[in-house]
Write a protein that binds this ligand. Structure first.
Ligand code: SF4
Ligand code: SF4
Length: 322
């Protein structure tokens, strides 16, 4: 294919192609070093990453995209809505909404690889690298700079029109592209997520809102190994995998906030393809022989069989106290 003559033309074609692939949002920013690296270092120094040692080990790599893609000039950020109804069902596992369908890492990676291949056929000087929560890159900062959303107090990226129910991925490229404006917006005086957080782990320190992941239910039910600290167990509540409380209460995620023509629900078939989970009583004692077939293709695998047994047992205990 003929090579487009200018960055603006290529950027316009990329936006159209990303939309055709089903992404709900797309933006482009320059591959300048991330500005939040100092904040990230201080967050690690406080130990807020808990046992996620890979975060601490990758600080230096995150300072420059050149370590991931030599000659990287631009970052294409994409967002994919995963919102769908998720009512609590007694006796059944409660999963964060992003985990209801197929593992988003696989879904996003597949679409981004197609964008990558297409861009390579459009301009043969393109060298790309797909990043979906897998490479040492401060994804949310680049997505913010590309215009996908601004940071809420709950540290989620919020799109003023679409809310925060979306996952993000990046395509790094050696092409020089036309940039989008960073997203602008703010929470104002709202503190709903801070007050609703079941473990009080949304903190304002050093002039910035941040999460002490060691107390976050999402971290505890997915990354934490071993028994829960008794002081935190009450906060686990009904959550079997992840936690959506700080998004559920956010005004930007309420239907009234959206334009009438935007239901703000996902249309991604892989996310809508929900599986039938076994009840909590079964999950609490699930055997290795069943684990693979029950969790195949689901992000729930990340918690491991021992983690899901533990979480389901805690959920059951809450529902049926001794
Ligand atoms: S995911 Fe849950 S526990 Fe973590 S910050 Fe949000 S509300 Fe708090
Ligand atoms: S709930 Fe309120 S404070 Fe929290 S992220 Fe949403 S707008 Fe911001």
């Amino acid at each position: 294919m003929d090579r487009p003559s200018d960055p603006a033309l290529t950027s316009g074609l990329i936006r159209a192609r990303a939309s055709a692939l089903g992404f709900d949002s797309v933006g482009i920013t320059a591959a300048n070093p991330p500005e939040s690296i100092a904040f990230f270092e201080s967050w690690i120094a406080k130990g807020y990453h808990g046992t996620m040692g890979y975060l601490a080990r990758s600080v230096a790599l995150r300072a420059s995209l050149d370590s991931l893609l030599p000659g990287c000039q631009s970052v294409i950020a994409v967002g994919l809505n995963y919102n769908q109804p998720n009512p609590l069902q007694q006796g059944m596992p409660r999963l964060a909404r992003y985990a209801l369908g197929r593992d988003y890492h696989k879904v996003l990676r597949g679409k981004l690889k197609r964008l990558d291949n297409w861009l390579g056929s459009l301009d043969q000087s393109h060298v790309g690298r797909v990043c979906v929560d897998s490479a040492p890159v401060l994804e949310r900062e680049f997505a913010h700079r590309a215009g996908l959303g601004w940071f809420g107090k709950n540290t989620m990226l919020i799109d003023t029109r679409r809310g925060s129910w979306f996952v993000i991925g990046l395509l790094l490229t050696t092409l020089r592209l036309e940039q989008d404006e960073p997203a602008h917006g703010g929470c104002g005086t709202c503190r709903l997520c801070v007050e609703a957080c079941p473990t009080g782990c949304i903190l304002f320190e050093d002039g910035r809102w941040q999460i002490d992941a060691r107390r976050c239910v999402s971290y505890l039910t997915i990354e934490h190994r071993g028994p829960f600290d008794p002081a935190l167990q009450e906060g686990i509540g009904d959550w079997t995998f992840g936690c959506d409380v700080c998004q559920e209460v956010c005004p930007f995620n309420q239907p009234r906030h959206h334009q009438p023509d935007r239901a703000n629900m996902t249309t991604e078939p892989d996310f809508l393809d929900r599986r039938d989970w076994p009840p909590l009583e079964t999950l609490a004692v699930i055997q290795p022989a069943d684990w693979d077939s029950v969790t195949r293709g689901s992000p729930v695998r990340r918690a491991g069989i021992d983690g899901i047994r533990r979480n389901a047992s805690v959920n059951l205990k809450r529902q049926k106290p001794d």
